[in-house]
Structure formats: C-alpha cells, structure tokens
Design a protein around this ligand. Structure first.
Ligand code: NAP
Length: 465
C-alpha cells in the first residue's frame, strides 16, 4: 500500500475514532447506557491508536519501533493489572494517576518538539508551548492529588504568602515560555528546561495546599486541562484524533468541574483557595440531642411502611454496604413496601459514586432517582433511611444562612414522616459541621458500621414477618 493510501486510511480512522468518542460520551450520560458508552469510547481509542501505529510503521526506524512496542507493552500491562485490582473506593486516585499520565504525555510531545528546535512556525510554537505548560501543570498536580488521596501525603502544606509564591512561580514560568516562543526555534536548552521546571513546580505548589477531600473537583479540573493540552499538541502534530479527543475531554472536564462546584454551592476559586472542610470543623449552631433506636424497632417501622426512601452517602462506600442495602430493599419490596433510592449529585467522594455502587449491587435504574426527581416525594415517605450520608441531607443548607453549606441543594429527608440515620457515631461529614437533621423530633439514630447495621435491619424485617 502506498504511503498516500495509508495516510488517507489513517485520517478516515481518526474520523471513525472521533465519532466513537462522541457517541461513547453521549451514552455515558445515562446509567443505563454508561457501560456501553465506556466500551464505545475505548473502541475509539483503539482505532486511533492502531491507525497511528500503522502510520508510524511506515516511517519509524527499527530501534524506535522496538522502543514503541516495549512502551505499549509495559504501559498496557500496568494499566490492565491496576485497573483489574483497584477497589471502588480507590477509583478517584486511579483517575488522578491516569489523568496525570495524559498531561505528562502531552508535555513530553511538546518537549520533543521544543528541544528539537526545528519548529519555526510561530503559531505551532505557541501551541506547543501553551500545551506544554498546561500538560506539565496537570501532570505534577495530578501526581500530588494521587499522593494525597492514596494517603502518601497526609498534610496540606500551607504557609503565609503562599499565593504570592505561587503567583511568582507562574509569572517566572510564563516569562521563560515567552522566551521560548520568541526565540522561534533557536531557544537554548536552559530556557526550555527552566520553563518545564517552572510549570512542574507550579502544579505541585498549586495542589499541595488543597484539602484531600476537595481533590475530586481538582482532579476533574486537571482532567479538563489535560484534554486542552492534548488538543494543543494535536495542532502541533497535525493529528485530528488528538485535537478532537482533547477538545471533547477538555469540554467534558470543564462541565463536570462546574457541575460539581455548583452541587456543592461553591465557586471553583473557593475550592482551590479556601481549605474548606479542614478549617470549618465543629460549629453550625445545632442544638438538641440525638435519639438512638435499636435495629429491631427500626426494622419493624420499615416493614410496616408504605414508602421508604433510601439515601446512600459516603459512609455506605466506606462500609461497602451496597449489596446488603439492596438485599434489604428487596426484602421490603417483598413486604409490599414501595422503595426508592435518592442520589445527591455530590454524595460520596466522586461524581457518580453512589450510582456506581448501586449498579454494582444490581439495583435497577428505575428505582434510583436524582435530587430533582425525588425531592417532592419525601413528604409522602413514611421513612427516609439515611445510610452514611451527612452533608447532603443537612437542612441547614436550606434554613441556616450562617451555615458554611447554606445554599447547597440537599435531599429533603427532613420532610419525611420518620428519619432513620445509620452512622457510626457523632462524626461529621466532609464539610466538618453538625447536622440539624440528626436532632429533629422525627429522627432516630441507628449507630454502627453501615454494613453491620443494615444486616441487623435485614434480620429485623425478616423477624417482623
Ligand atoms: P459526608 O457528608 O462526608 O458524611 C459521611 C458520613 O458517613 C459521616 O458523617 C460518617 O459519620 C459516616 N460514615 C463514615 N464511615 C461510615 C461507616 N463505615 N458506616 C456508617 N457510616 C459511616 O457524606 P455525604 O453526605 O455523601 O456528602 C458528601 C460530601 O463530600 C459533600 O459535602 C460533598 O460536597 C463532598 N464532596 C463530594 C464529592 C463528589 O464528587 N461526590 C467530591 C468532593 C467533595 P460517622 O463518622 O459518625 O460514622
């Protein structure tokens, strides 16, 4: 086959890959089609990779081909093994790591182009430099995010004047970037190297002060940046698949970041600069005492209810109680109880966290409702069963203007006739504030690990006949 026809074939494959990416993303927007969406997008990635390889095989030296195959082998095996082994609760740090690799790859492509010094087209040079900057920041920032979520870095590093130090690193890095671009290909090694060092340092310095629990939003932001960096490098390499995939990832990541910040009623600036959840501990002005309930009584209450709405939260993920919860729900359904699951958009610690857990346990999608769909139904519920959720059901977000989470949309569990809350003790949620729901007249606390408590409820419902 002539090189012309291989190139045409490659371009057509890129088009097919782009269509697969976009259709895959569309399918990921519903839990019913999400798994097939992931497969479609994965197929798109495979098509793009094979097309690129076919092109490279016609051009690369034997030595480079060996390097390439070895890299694909090592990277593919590492991704396959870690993907198979990762626990659902460790998914955010896994995403951070993969995301960092994407940013690093984009920066590495730019590094090759810049160090080679053969690029004299000013537009291409600017694109390569901007992509290198974003990719390098995203790479080092994502690695710090990974280390925090993995517990390798346990403290958030903060000191006076930190923002000015970060600003200084940014300005110096941009200065070197400007020198690299304005030298149009004849930039010296030191300028390019210092530019990369500055960008890597900025990613680290920006991420170190951010609290561990805010990492999912930060990872989503870095994900958007990685997409952008890949898109820029796609222009430099004249690679349509990279431009499209990078733009799609950049746009999806930006929207996800915005949605997460909105669901937490916080601005992105507040997430990046406020140390939320680490400094606002205690407080909230909640008075009143929590009233405990035995599992046997709670089981009877639910068995004789007409409608029970289950609200899962972060504690359910920690306890891995999803299978037990579905067992309980099935038992109640067999008793003639109408059961629904209510999911808050930021319940847990990553987007879609609860949907993934419930899907894993086999809960049918038509029993699961999101906040807008279910909130009007709480008034007709006999029991709202809150399992390891806290902030997402705190009525202070609706009623108390002085609350740090005032304005955050919540699930209206407090409107149910009875509320049963499963949690281990007096522990606060991610925002570090007390919860007014727990001291309401109609609320009873069932203390214990979510999995153990739900197992007791199952026994109690069975005993209720
Ligand atoms: P939450 O407010 O963090 O509360 C979780 C509760 O679970 C805690 O109060 C804890 O109380 C309990 N818990 C922990 N381990 C447990 C176990 N083994 N068994 C039973 N209970 C357990 O959770 P949420 O209501 O799901 O809210 C999520 C929060 O995370 C929101 O503030 C949200 O803004 C934030 N966030 C979410 C995302 C996201 O993408 N989803 C990203 C970043 C931040 P005890 O210690 O007393 O048991």
């Amino acid at each position: 086959m002539s090189s012309f026809s291989i190139e045409t074939l490659t371009q057509l494959s890129y088009l097919a890959a782009a269509a697969l990416f976009i259709m895959g993303l569309k399918r990921m927007s519903s839990p019913v089609t999400a798994v097939s969406g992931v497969r479609w997008a994965g197929l798109g990635m495979l098509v793009a990779t094979l097309a690129t390889l076919a092109l490279i095989f016609t051009r690369a030296s034997q030595f480079n081909l060996i390097l390439l195959i070895a890299a694909i082998g090592v990277g593919g095996a590492a991704a396959w093994i870690s993907g198979k082994r990762v626990a659902m609760t460790d998914m955010p740090q896994m995403i951070a790591l993969y995301n960092g690799m994407g940013g690093g790859a984009a920066a590495a492509i730019a590094a090759v182009e810049l160090y080679r010094g053969s690029e004299t087209n000013l537009v291409h040079l600017t694109m390569a430099t901007v992509g290198a900057f974003i990719g390098a920041v995203s790479f080092s920032g994502s690695l710090i995010a990974f280390a925090k979520l993995q517990g390798l870095i346990t403290k958030s590093v903060r000191f006076g004047g930190q923002r000015f130090v970060n600003l200084a690193i940014l300005l110096v890095t941009l200065g070197f970037g400007f020198m690299v671009v304005s030298a149009t290909g004849s930039s010296g090694l030191p300028d390019i190297s210092l530019f990369f060092v500055g960008a890597l340092l900025l990613g680290i310095a920006m991420t170190l002060p951010i609290g561990g629990a805010d990492m999912p939003v930060v990872i989503s932001l870095y994900n958007a940046l990685t997409g952008l960096a890949v898109g820029f490098e796609g222009f430099v390499l004249d690679n349509a698949a990279m431009i499209i995939a990078g733009t799609v990832v950049g746009a999806a990541g930006t929207l996800l970041t915005q949605l997460m910040a909105k669901a937490m009623n916080r601005s992105l600036g507040n997430v990046l600069f406020s140390n939320f959840g680490e400094t606002s501990a205690g407080g909230g002005g909640v008075t009143g005492t929590q009233k405990a309930i035995e599992a046997s009584d709670a089981g009877v209450m639910m068995a004789y209810s007409q409608k029970v709405i289950i609200i899962p939260g972060y504690g359910l993920a920690v306890a891995q109680a999803q299978h037990k919860v579905w067992e309980l729900a099935q038992l109640l359904i067999d008793h003639g109880v109408q059961v629904r699951f209510a999911i808050h958009p930021v319940a847990g610690r990553m987007p879609g966290h609860m949907n993934v857990l419930l899907a894993e346990a086999g809960v049918p999608y038509d029993l699961i409702s999101d906040l807008d769909e279910i909130n009007a139904e709480f008034e007709t519920a006999d029991v709202a069963l809150v399992i390891g959720a806290n902030d997402v059901v705190n009525p202070d977000a609706r009623n108390n203007k002085s609350s740090p989470i005032y304005g955050m949309p919540i699930l209206n569990a407090d409107k149910a006739k009875n509320v049963i809350v499963i949690k281990r003790g007096q522990g606060q949620g991610f925002s570090g504030i007390d919860n007014a729901l727990f001291v309401l007249d109609q609320t009873r606390m069932l203390y214990g690990d979510a999995q153990a408590a739900v197992s007791q409820l199952i026994q109690a419902v069975k005993a209720a006949g």
